[in-house]
Design a binder for this molecule. Structure first.
Ligand code: HEC
Ligand code: HEC
Ligand code: HEC
Ligand code: HEC
Ligand code: HEC
Ligand code: HEC
Length: 184
């Protein structure tokens, strides 16, 4: 009885070894076309801080910028903090979707699980960021005027008019006022 079990274990063990060997060989011997097909799927899994992984043809960071490939958001914050001589905050330097991705918010959390993403309603933003009145309280001290409330629109101006997710954000009030906001 005991012997029988031992041989079963041995068989199972060599099977596992065999599978590992096959897997390893196929990994290194994978034909080029197969790899290319996999690239598209891989892109979706790229880490938010692997800029070059997505931006292959376009330079998004200067040549002398430190390598970001293996650097999570906390690493960026070593240099990207407000204050003289620092790199400044990342607000307004990258699209909102990138800021969200760096902080672990995935596409689906705004767009839902869909094949073709649609524009996202403001109600989605509020679901995470809280009621507009509360938000306005948070930024009450911003000079020269609270961006989250105004005599024209109250607190109900659409977030997406300032906080763009897929291009750099915009200072909507600056069309008419000289408010020097830095919009994240
Ligand atoms: C060692 C310091 C340092 C670290 C760490 C760092 N940066 Fe920077 N970053 C800078 C400096 C300095 C600049 C401004 C000069 C330049 O463009 O290279 C900058 C500029 C930028 C810009 C603006 C580029 C432009 O063309 O306007 C972006 C975007 C950026 N960094 C993103 C990041 C991200 C994202 C991370 C983390 C994954 C990061 N940085 C980590 C120092 C750093
Ligand atoms: C914080 C919420 C948010 C996140 C996260 C986000 N998006 Fe979006 N997305 C929006 C909003 C808002 C719009 C509409 C306005 C715009 O284009 O900026 C949009 C528009 C789009 C559109 C265009 C839809 C159309 O028909 O105009 C696509 C495609 C898209 N997003 C894909 C993505 C992908 C892929 C990701 C993940 C990398 C992502 N989004 C992450 C909020 C988000
Ligand atoms: C699934 C939850 C979620 C949704 C939906 C969401 N956000 Fe966020 N957002 C976050 C988190 C988490 C952060 C990071 C908060 C932090 O670290 O302070 C963030 C950060 C931000 C920031 C601040 C970035 C900074 O660094 O100062 C802005 C602006 C923002 N979101 C706007 C929006 C807008 C506009 C929408 C709707 C298009 C939206 N968010 C939808 C979770 C969400
Ligand atoms: C008129 C442009 C404008 C609109 C519209 C707008 N914001 Fe903002 N928002 C700003 C600016 C500017 C800041 C940066 C304030 C600062 O300097 O810290 C900001 C900051 C934020 C922050 C970071 C707040 C913090 O904790 O410091 C969040 C989160 C945010 N906005 C979410 C939203 C959401 C959600 C909406 C829609 C309900 C919205 N914003 C509408 C301009 C706008
Ligand atoms: C998962 C893929 C992906 C990663 C990773 C990524 N980006 Fe992007 N980036 C995009 C796409 C797609 C766009 C086009 C706008 C959009 O959909 O957000 C874009 C747009 C931009 C833009 C805006 C260009 C404009 O028109 O204003 C900047 C700047 C940028 N990325 C910088 C960065 C930096 C810096 C990093 C690394 C911290 C990075 N990206 C990482 C996919 C990516
Ligand atoms: C289309 C142009 C336009 C836009 C966009 C606009 N304003 Fe105004 N705003 C005006 C005009 C014109 C006045 C002066 C007449 C009046 O009081 O209604 C004014 C007056 C004001 C006032 C009262 C007078 C003052 O300067 O103290 C405040 C506060 C204000 N705007 C805030 C904002 C904020 C915050 C935004 C962005 C969310 C914004 N406005 C966007 C045109 C605009």
């Amino acid at each position: 009885m005991k012997n029988n079990n031992t041989s079963k274990v041995l068989i199972a063990f060599s099977l596992v070894l065999f599978l590992i060997a096959v897997f390893t060989v196929s990994l290194y011997a994978a034909p080029k076309e197969k790899k290319a097909a996999a690239t598209k799927e891989k892109k979706a899994e790229l880490k938010a801080w692997d800029c070059a992984g997505c931006h292959k043809d376009k330079k998004v960071l200067s040549d002398n910028h430190v390598a970001t490939k293996d650097m999570p958001y906390e690493g960026c914050l070593v240099c990207h903090i407000p204050g003289e001589g620092n790199a400044g905050t990342l607000k307004a330097k990258i699209p909102g979707s990138h800021l969200h991705a760096l902080k672990g918010v995935k596409c689906e959390q705004c767009h839902g699980k869909v094949k073709k993403p649609e524009p996202v309603e403001m109600s989605k933003c509020i679901a995470c960021h809280g009621a507009t009145a509360k938000l306005a309280e948070k930024t009450a001290k911003i000079k020269p005027h609270n961006p989250h409330t105004s005599p024209h629109y109250g607190t109900e101006l659409d977030c997406n008019l300032c906080h763009h997710q897929h291009t750099k954000s915009e200072n909507y009030c600056a069309q008419c006022h000289k408010f020097n906001y830095i919009v994240p």
